[in-house]
Design a protein. Structure first.
Length: 334
């Protein structure tokens, strides 16, 4: 196996110059860099990443902990993050927390044990106190979709309350008054905030949410399927259905068709997230756009700026949702 000494000898440069080229942390003339890279290729030299990280105190890897690995939402998030780091010559290590406190903590400890230079965390079950204490450690981290005032500078989030408000306001403006709601798990902050936005929109029309037309789902397609069945079984009339994410909305659309009901003719449906399949459901799903890919990229830029000093641009910490109007909602006759 070739050594760094053999590379320096073949390239005709010092060991320090070879090290600078490999670590890419000090300017080297382009002609010299090409000679070193050519020597490495000719000798089949592969740098020892562990030795590099020990020498430079930098592993060039970032740990990412997300709630789940399934579904288009997390796929878009991870794609946005990975693309930003790949362009900067960094690598990612991914773990899943499954919205369980112990699993999230284990995932964080695992990533820390891998000597990651920084962490990007999409966590829901670990406490604020745990994360505030973690912020005192040597490894920087940024939070996605969570706001903690004590470490606000590390938080990148969506205005979920506004998103919930926009979805219901749109239905109200179209004349709907009997509106059913399928929520996400209400212990999750984003599900709770979206429902609060729904309630705020109703209050502007002097309405209150009907408890019989509320179902707490699971943010998965099955939650929409089961939720619609429960809502229909109540016998309570409703002309519109708000779902707290697109996966549950797609489940509700499928369940409606299976029961011989047409959307939006029998009732309108609106989702939340604007994931890629929302355009391809039947009918095409009206929804609230959640720019999770852009937020993931912003989290990566936070790391590149704070840890690697690659970027100096402003980091946007709060993103605003946007109403996307498609075919699953219609107005009621005046």
């Amino acid at each position: 196996m070739a050594t760094i000494y053999e590379v320096s000898k073949l390239a005709g440069v010092s060991l320090a110059t070879v090290s600078r080229v490999m670590n890419n942390n000090t300017p080297v003339r382009e002609s010299t860099r090409k000679k070193v890279l050519a020597a490495m290729e000719q000798l089949g030299y592969r740098p020892n990443s562990l030795a590099q990280s020990l020498a430079s105190n930098c592993s060039n890897s970032i740990g990412i902990l997300v709630s789940e690995l399934h579904g288009p939402f997390y796929g878009e998030m991870l794609t946005g993050i990975e693309a930003e780091f790949r362009a900067a010559g960094k690598h990612v290590i991914i773990a899943a927390g499954h919205s369980e406190r112990s699993t999230e903590q284990d995932g964080i400890e695992f990533l820390l044990s891998r000597s990651c230079d920084a962490l990007i965390l999409h966590v829901e079950a670990v406490t604020d106190d745990y994360l505030i204490k973690l912020a005192q450690s040597d490894t920087p981290f940024v939070l996605l979709n969570r706001q903690i005032p004590a470490i606000a500078e590390r938080c990148i989030s969506l205005n979920n309350e506004l998103g919930g408000y926009l979805a219901t306001q749109h239905l109200l403006q179209l004349g709907h008054r009997q509106i059913a709601y399928i929520a996400g798990p209400m212990w999750k902050t984003d599900a709770k905030e979206r429902y609060e936005g729904h309630q705020r929109a109703l209050a502007e029309y002097q309405l209150v949410a009907n408890p019989a037309l509320f179902y707490e789902g699971d943010f998965r397609e099955t939650g929409g399927t089961k939720g619609l069945a429960v809502l229909l079984a109540t016998g309570q009339h409703f002309t519109a259905l708000v779902c707290a994410n697109d996966e549950m909305a797609s489940g509700a659309l499928t369940a409606a068709r299976e029961q011989g009901l047409s959307v939006p003719e029998h009732f309108s449906v609106i989702g939340f997230d604007n994931v890629n399949f929302a355009y391809y459901t039947y009918p095409k799903l009206s929804t609230i756009d959640y720019p999770i890919s852009a937020m993931g990229q912003m989290a990566a830029r936070w790391v590149l700026s704070k840890v690697y000093h690659n970027h100096n641009e402003h980091v946007q910490q709060l993103f605003e949702p946007i109403l996307i109007i498609r075919d699953s909602v219609q107005s009621l006759p005046a």
